[in-house]
Each structure stands twice: as C-alpha cells, then as structure tokens.
Write a protein of this length. Structure first.
Length: 207
C-alpha cells in the first residue's frame, strides 16, 4: 500500500485543550440491497476481478472469494489524500495486468470528496474496468452538515455493519440523485435504493 501512503498528507495538529471530545457513534447493522444487487450481476465461478476502495475486512474478503480470483484493496476511505496528492494517488490506483476489474465497491467515498476529486476518481475507474463492469456507491441523503469516516464490514451480501473510524468532518456538497448519474458517467445507474440512516445505495454499470 506504499503507493497510497505516499499520497497522503498528515493534517496539522490543532490545540483542542478544554474542548469536549466528540462521541463516536456505535457500529450499526443494516440491510444492503444495493450491495446484493451489485453482486447479483456476477457469476459465482471465482473468475472475476474485484476492486474494493475501502479498508480490508476479513469477512469482506471471504465473501469476495466466492466470486473473484483477483481482489485488490485500495483503502481510500481511511484518510483520502487531498488536492494534488489525490490526483497522484488516483493515477497510481493499480490496474490488473491480467484483466480489467468486473466490480468496484466505492462505499461512501464520493461523500468524502470534493466535486473535482469525484470526477478524477470516476475517470480512473473507467480506465481500470471493462465493459459491463459494476460499481456500488453509497451516498448520504440526510443533509447532515458533518460526515464520519466509516468502515463497512459485510455480514452477508445483503447486510452490512458500518462503524465510524474517527471524528466527524465537514460534509462535502450533497449529491442528489440526478447528480449521481452525471458524476458516475460512463457508468450508468441501473438500480437505486433508499436505506436506513439516511443513505441511498446505487448500482451502476459501465456502458
């Protein structure tokens, strides 16, 4: 993962003495119909290639292995780089020499990115995926002014546990359904679900 760590920037330390610490929410379990619908487009033949843009989780890898021979973990969720560092990290996002990726899990990464960073990400994903590739995206529809960095752990293909990994950050401009369709081009949104906790899940397929 050195290719990603080099692009990260350590934020300056702030003096927070005397300020109350923000309580981090407890893990929450919920249904994940968008994840289930994304995987429904793959055969359980162990021959696919999957790219996960979140941190590694043992249960996730176990579920992926029933579908994929090639699995790559990028972990942009923990601390996405910013500005020029983001552009460099995206360029370094590894492609597979054997074949393009068939499925990408972006989780709620779009919520963590500025508008121009979102476009850089989708452009790179289009380069490393093949025709018909499937993309899973989650978007916060609550309108909350802050967003927590989250870790997502699949309990099954249709159920997920999400846990805050740190204190909240100022939320980026909210993506409305029409915005999601435009941002994800050349991936086309084919399914959308409204789920618990003010989230929308999207399934998009590369044209």
């Amino acid at each position: 993962m050195d290719w990603l760590r080099r692009g990260r920037r350590t934020p300056p330390q702030e003096d927070t003495a005397g300020e109350p610490e923000e309580a981090i929410p407890a893990p929450t379990e919920r249904g994940a119909p968008g994840i289930a619908a994304t995987f429904a487009g793959l055969e359980r033949d162990g021959c696919h290639a999957i790219l996960d843009l979140g941190p590694a989780a043992r249960s996730n890898l176990s579920l992926y292995s029933g579908f994929a021979r090639w699995i790559r973990i990028a972990d942009f969720l923990t601390a996405p780089p910013r500005g020029d560092a983001w552009a460099e990290a995206i360029k370094a996002l590894p492609s597979l020499p054997e074949r393009p990726y068939d499925l990408v899990l972006a989780w709620n990464l779009l919520d963590r990115l500025a508008p121009e960073e979102r476009l850089l990400l989708v452009r790179r994903l289009a380069e490393v995926t093949g025709p018909g590739a499937r993309l899973s995206v989650m978007v916060d529809a609550s309108g909350d002014p802050v967003a927590y960095p989250l870790r997502f752990t699949l309990l099954d293909l249709d159920r997920v546990s999400q846990q805050a990994m740190g204190p909240p950050e100022p939320a980026q401009p909210q993506l409305m359904p029409g915005d999601v369709g435009r941002v994800l081009e050349p991936f086309e949104v084919v399914r959308a679900f409204t789920v618990r906790l003010g989230l929308r899940e999207y399934v998009a397929v590369k044209e």
